[in-house]
Design a protein around this ligand. Structure first.
Ligand code: CP
Length: 339
């Protein structure tokens, strides 16, 4: 059965540690100029129904560095879900490509594509989850652990919206407690979902022994934070609720110089980006020496290289040089005789 990457929670703790380690090895190799072409000749279709800087660039560069090729498929440029069913597009893409990455706010479309595709489908961000960002953030955290702590020991405090609109928070809350770590949401009243929504996070605590907590007081919440994670307060172009959200989040839920005095001296700052500077985070925090924002963006490349290799490497055909030479000679002699 084809393995997809739709939800990080579909991967065991061991597999997550393996992906982080593979990402770190590929990063090291790339920095030495020795990235192996593990996906030579492979093609990744990238469907983007939403804007993207990091996801689009990182997947395309990842495929290039691994010896493959990526196709950027813009809205309106393919027939998906309009003049062709999602199923038919999945079947066609499965014959033409080696994997598909998709970003859309229609989670059902991602699920349907994966149901019918016979090649791996990667969730490049839906409404509910952003599993690629979550995995790459775990890699960044692993590279910047507090002295004496492992990934399973850390406390990450996510300041902001604790509802379905926070797909990175949701994804991390389903994994960190399963690894044994501590996930804290700090959200204003009115930005917390029904308890049912947190069932996967509660279940992760039972499996892994970590904790999942929802608090409302940011000063209290960051008291034991190893990482303070912030997310966008409002999106340009989707700002119908801007005034309401500003009133709920500012000034208390902004990560700023005053708030970080309530956190341990070693606490580091995270944001998946894009950020609205001066809203959820001040300039001073984004550009702080303990800011991990730019490492997170860079690690999108290496974490996703690991995902691509895990999903695709076994399926890429690697013929011997003799077979390649034989096939080339056959085609060349046919061309010489017939064209
Ligand atoms: N964090 C993230 O997914 O960024 P993009 O929207 O730029 O891809």
């Amino acid at each position: 059965m084809t393995r997809h990457f739709l939800n990080l929670a579909d991967y065991s703790n061991e597999e997550i540690y393996e992906l982080i380690e593979l990402g770190r090895m590929l990063k090291c190799a790339d920095k030495l100029g020795a990235c192996p072409p593990l996906l030579h000749g492979a093609s990744l279709g990238m469907i983007f129904d939403e804007p993207s800087t990091r996801t689009r660039i990182s997947f395309e560069v990842a495929m290039t560095k691994l010896g493959g090729h990526a196709l950027y498929l813009r809205p309106g440029e393919i027939h998906l879900g309009k003049s062709e069913t999602v199923k038919d597009t999945a079947l066609v893409m499965s014959r033409l490509l080696d994997a598909i990455e998709i970003r859309t706010s229609h989670d059902d479309e991602i699920a349907e594509l994966a149901e019918h595709a016979t090649i791996p489908v990667i969730n490049g961000m839906g409404t509910y989850l952003h599993p690629c960002q979550a995995l790459c953030d775990l890699m960044t955290i692993s590279e910047h652990l507090p002295a004496g702590k492992a990934l399973k020991d850390i406390t990450l405090v996510f300041v902001g919206d604790a509802t379905i609109y926070e797909n990175v928070g949701t994804a991390l809350s389903h994994i960190l407690p399963r690894l044994g770590a501590h996930f804290v949401y700090c959200a204003p009243e009115g930005y917390v979902a029904d308890e049912d929504f947190y069932a996967p996070a509660r279940e992760a605590c039972e499996i892994g022994g970590g904790t999942f907590t929802i608090l409302h007081d940011p000063k209290e919440a960051v008291k034991n934070a190893d990482y303070i994670y912030s997310s966008v307060m409002w999106y340009e172009g989707f700002d119908a609720n801007k005034e309401k959200r500003m009133k709920a989040f500012l000034p208390d839920y902004q990560i700023n110089e005053a708030l970080i005095t309530c956190a341990p001296d070693h606490a580091q700052f995270m944001h998946y980006l894009p950020a609205q500077r001066g809203y959820e985070m001040t300039d001073a925090i984004m550009d702080h020496e303990r800011s991990l924002l730019w490492d997170e963006a860079e690690n999108r490349l290496y974490g996703e290289m690991a995902i691509l290799v895990k999903l695709m490497h076994g399926a890429v055909k690697n013929p011997s040089p003799e077979v390649k030479a034989q096939q080339k000679a056959l085609i060349e002699s046919w061309i010489a005789e017939n064209l």
